[in-house]
Design a protein around this ligand. Structure first.
Ligand SMILES: C[S@@+](CC[C@H](N)C(=O)[O-])C[C@H]1O[C@@H](n2cnc3c(N)ncnc32)[C@H](O)[C@@H]1O
Length: 324
């Protein structure tokens, strides 16, 4: 990295903070509904006039807003991502990132103490932003996942730490003979139920409250473990592997979808390194894992026959079989 690149990288926080704060304050939401001037926008959102004028000037210069005469509007190409009512919305994921930014700004304290900044789950609004944000991200990843894995012929999928359950819902839509259970902590299930309502999946989708560190997952012939293992250290991942193995029939599939390190020396990719810092700031022992480490841990719990693939530049998929 050159000194110039260092300066440019460090300056990136400014644009990110402006966009995340504008989303959180409802600026994009309001302008997706109707173009308006900054004074009217400030009045409608009960925000400070000077602050809204200054921030929207910056958003226009960034290309995240456009001017149409005196009025501000969201560029057409960004409306699907910024309008909360759009099926492709990313607004919840941006809310989640806003909360993550608060933690990242306290990385100095994590460096001193090694202690995470208090967890998102302690606050209902943040939990909601987190779970719905996961749905925004999973909608983009579901097609790649279910193109890589064929679940036709499987009877029941358990989505372990399923969150909003978007990946399981997408599987049900793709594989007509399949049923699924979203298995997650009790506080998450009302949000998951609400999220699944209206998808018309009826009895094919079930919800089970449980803690994968303590409870066996429900009986199934396929288990999806997506973006869960990075929340825990060795001990936690070993417990989860045992509880997944206990619910899976012999010959059943485990699908581990994670941001993984390329190797145990942690030589890349950068996305895994950044995500590991995220887990450092938010959990006592969360981290990114290398596929070889997960194979060893799940192997000890009774899995084998591994296949590793890359679903997108950030996300890997490790598929294993519950041994007889
Ligand atoms: C990052 S989200 C991933 C959601 C979803 N699997 C996906 O990939 O979009 C992690 C989920 O795991 C759940 N979770 C964390 N620890 C858990 C545990 N011990 N038992 C069950 N669920 C857990 C969280 O509540 C959250 O819904």
């Amino acid at each position: 990295m050159t000194p110039e690149e260092l300066e440019e990288t460090v300056g990136g926080f400014q644009a990110a903070t402006i966009i995340l704060a504008a989303n959180h304050a409802g600026i994009f939401g309001a302008l997706c509904t109707a173009p308006m001037g900054s004074a009217e926008l400030a009045k409608r959102l009960k925000l400070d006039g000077r602050a809204v004028a200054t921030v929207t000037d910056a958003l226009v210069c960034l290309g995240a807003l456009e001017r149409e005469g005196d009025r501000l509007r969201v560029p057409l190409a960004l409306v699907p991502a910024l309008d909360r009512s759009s099926p492709a919305t990313h607004a919840n994921a941006l809310d989640h990132r806003w909360y993550v930014l608060q933690r990242w700004a306290r990385l100095d304290s994590v460096l001193e103490t090694g202690e995470p900044i208090p967890r998102l789950q302690e606050d209902e609004e943040r939990l909601r932003a987190f779970i719905l944000g996961m749905a925004d991200m999973a909608r983009r990843g579901a097609a790649a996942l279910w193109s890589a894995v064929d679940l036709s012929g499987r009877a029941h999928l358990v989505d372990v730490g399923g969150g909003p359950g978007e990946l399981a819902l997408a599987a049900l839509e793709r594989f007509p003979g399949l049923g699924a259970t979203i298995f997650d902590l009790p506080a998450v299930l009302p949000i998951a139920r609400e999220y699944a309502a209206g998808r018309g999946l009826g009895e094919r989708i079930r919800f089970t409250a449980g803690d994968a560190l303590r409870d066996d997952i429900p009986a199934c012939d396929a288990a999806l473990v997506s973006s869960l293992l990075h929340s825990y250290g060795q001990d936690g991942v070993r417990k989860i592997a045992r509880h997944v193995a206990a619910g899976l029939k012999p010959g059943g599939l485990v699908l581990i979808r994670e941001f993984m390190w390329d190797d145990e020396a942690h030589s890349g990719p950068l996305t895994a390194a950044l995500f590991a810092v995220n887990m450092l700031s938010g959990t006592p022992d969360g981290q990114c894992w290398a596929a070889s480490e997960l194979q060893e841990i799940f192997g000890t719990a009774g899995f084998g026959g591994w296949k590793l693939s890359r679903l997108d530049p950030r996300t890997s998929l490790l598929v294993g079989l519950r041994q007889v």
